[in-house]
Every structure is written in C-alpha cells, then in structure tokens.
Design a protein around this ligand. Sequence first.
Ligand code: ZN
Length: 205
Amino acid sequence: MSGDGEHPAATPRPALGTCTVASCQRLAARPHTGLCGAHDGAWRLAGRPELAIFRRSAAPCLGDRGGRVVLAGLEENVIAGLLYGVQAALAEGRRVMPATLRHVAAHLRRSGAGSVAAARTPVRWFPAFAADRAALVRSSVETEQAKDVWDLRLRGAAGRLSFTGLASHRHAAGPPSRPITQPWLKAAAQARAAQALTTNELVRD
Ligand SMILES: [Zn+2]
C-alpha cells in the first residue's frame, strides 16, 4: 500500500461527488448522469426523462424517507416556511405528523412552488396554517395600519377588522356595510380604530 521501488503508493481514485438529484445526498455512482444507484434506477424506470428536470423534482430515495422528512433541494424560503409552520404548530399544541410534512414537501418539490401556501395536498391544514402564521410573524401593527383589512391578532385580539365593507360582513347579520371610499375618511376611521384597540374600547363596525 505504501509502494516500493517498483510501484507507487496506493491512492484513492477520485470520487464522483454526491448524487446530482437535489433531494439526495448519497454518493454518485454513475459518471455520465451523476446519479446515485437508486436514482439512476428510478430515472431509467421513468423512461429517462430530461435530467435537469429529474434532478430538480425527483423524490428522495426510499431509504432516506423512513422516519424523517427530506427538505434538501427545496428553496430556502420554502424550507424556512415549513420549519416555521412546525414551530408554530408545536407552540400551539398541534401535532404535525411526519407523513403530513412528507406530503407537503413532496408536492412542493414536484410542483416547484415558491411558497408553502401554494402546496395543494390532501392535508390542506398544514400549508394554510404555516402560511398564515408566517404572514402573521412578518406583519406588525405598523405594516397592518395601511391595509384595508386588519388582522387583530397583531393587536392582541381575535378576528379581522375590515374597512372595505361588504366582503367581510358576509357572515354578519343585518344589512352589509358599505366600503369607505373616501381616503381621508378611511384614514380617520383607521386612526380611530387603532386608538380604540389600544385602549381596549369595544369596536363595532
Ligand atoms: Zn440519489
């Protein structure tokens, strides 16, 4: 192994690096495709589709899925959205099953969707929940002030407060409110509402 007068020392051959599928971290086994053995098999089985697309959208190897969720290969903000959703769910005492996350991650990978909210899976609650909590944490009372519909959770209350009339009143009894069309009046109403919410006054309509 160390070599002698006749033969040089044994050195390892250069490796092929890791599998070129985004969700995979196994060692590559096929020089011409850069795929690991399992993904090479899957690629052939799928009828040798365009490699660039296969690398981006292929599911992790079966053995890498058991008991865990593979997020590798998803966009950074999508991963952050998923992880924040898990954190928020746990903080609120909601259970997130690995199978749920696997479904959502698989869909995001296949569709190339740019946000968790865009995931269309049978388990609808998690993408909706994660997107809602992510939007909430990105907002503040200041950013909310200019919007037409306020999320009152930012002000320590529940529900929404709308300055656009009709739409938000479809569940309310009685005639619908009309939207405030004059910008100055809306600004005044919003200032008044903000003040009332801060001082815990009851706000109706
Ligand atoms: Zn692979």
